[in-house]
Design a protein. Structure first.
Length: 83
């Protein structure tokens, strides 16, 4: 994304449809993939995604979980986000 030109993320009809589907699909856990956990201590975008998923779970009263926690630093970062 650092091509030098501005970019925009918009909520398209397809994205709205996906979010609507999310609302209607009954689920009781939100899992964060190990690829985000692996880089959690190195990349701010991974921290932001983990935080957003954690906040979504908290807002919807849904349990969140993280896959692939291998270090104490990763666990500490997750605890800060309450995953």
């Amino acid at each position: 994304m650092s091509s030098g030109s501005p970019s925009l993320w918009t909520t398209s009809a397809r994205a709205i449809q996906a979010l609507s589907y999310l609302r209607s699909f009954p689920f009781d856990k939100i899992k964060t993939d190990r690829s985000f956990i692996k880089d959690l201590t190195k990349r701010s975008d991974c921290v932001a995604i983990v935080r957003a998923k954690s906040e979504l779970g908290r807002s919807l009263n849904i349990t969140t979980m993280a896959e692939g926690v291998e270090t104490g630093d990763q666990l500490d970062r997750l605890r800060v986000q309450a995953v």
